[in-house]
Ligand binder design. Structure first.
Ligand code: ZN
Length: 270
């Protein structure tokens, strides 16, 4: 059946690139999938659409079929997530997730579930208090959606149920390796029992439940290290926004003159 010439869709704006004199190419995630569209004239100060097509906005768009790509003919913002524009750290996390989605999801692919996941994640980054934990939850959810969920309950080598002890995460095999199989392993990221529990918790709980979790800084660091290693391996590249995020966090700490507090007890109820 031929596609209608004009169609209405909701979309999250993942990426913007200047195009020609006053246009912009927008990478969108819609319930039907990822798509690149052209927004004509939005860089002109008089554009009525530009305020509805901001980065990370959830908007309702009218798209017209163009010769090479669809054109945005109307736009109405639903959620602008203003907090992301006001807070550089929140903005950096939102950029990171947008880049991750752009790399993990090929053009034309996606689903209503993925759209809600990403749209919801951007809303959480505008309000969440523990941005690092939310980032780990979203990473796992996106990996799960893309078919790369790491094995967290069974050894990826022998398939045996993992016992509660320090295990090794092997990025190449895509999950945890038991003590006997990891004895001959020359690579991998050792993970404390606490970090393993938090990963399992993040992989199975809702954003509201994750928001209640409090973990110590050393666990945060372990989780960040392992997820970055796994993502880098899976995507076969380093994400551009990761370095910016790290530099920004280091800079913020420096200016606050504060060190990250390391809770005496791991309060994770996992
Ligand atoms: Zn094993």
């Amino acid at each position: 059946m031929p596609r209608p010439r004009v169609h209405l869709t909701e979309a999250v704006i993942l990426r913007q690139r200047d195009y020609a004199e006053a246009d912009r190419l927008l990478t969108l995630l819609t319930p039907a999938g990822k798509v690149v569209v052209l927004a004509r004239g939005v860089r002109r100060p008089t554009s009525r659409k530009s305020g509805h097509l901001g980065l990370f906005c959830r908007s309702r768009l009218m798209l017209a079929t163009g010769s090479n790509m669809d054109l945005v003919t109307q736009a109405e913002v639903i959620e602008a997530h203003e907090a992301l524009g006001r807070d550089l750290l929140r903005y950096a996390y939102a950029s990171y997730v947008a880049e991750l989605v752009d790399l993990l999801v090929p053009e034309g692919e996606g689903s209503p579930q993925l759209f809600e996941l990403v749209s919801g994640a951007l809303a959480w980054f505008a309000t969440a208090s523990d941005l690092r934990l939310e980032a780990r939850r979203v990473e796992l959810a996106l990996l799960n959606d893309a078919g790369y969920m790491p094995s967290l309950y069974k050894c990826v080598v022998c398939g045996n149920e993992l016992v509660p002890e320090r295990n090794v995460f092997d990025v190449a095999q895509g999950g945890l390796v038991c003590a006997s199989c990891s004895a001959t392993l020359t690579h991998g990221v050792p993970l404390s029992l606490g970090a393993q529990k938090v990963l399992r918790y993040l992989g199975t709980r809702s954003p509201d439940q994750v928001a209640l979790l409090r973990i110590r800084d050393s666990t945060h660091q372990e989780l960040e290290r392992v997820m970055q290693a796994y993502l880098q391996y899976t995507l076969e590249r380093q994400l551009k926004s990761t370095e910016f995020l790290k530099a920004l966090r280091a800079n913020l700490l420096l200016h606050e003159g504060a060190s990250l507090h390391d809770d005496a007890e791991d309060q994770a109820q996992v």
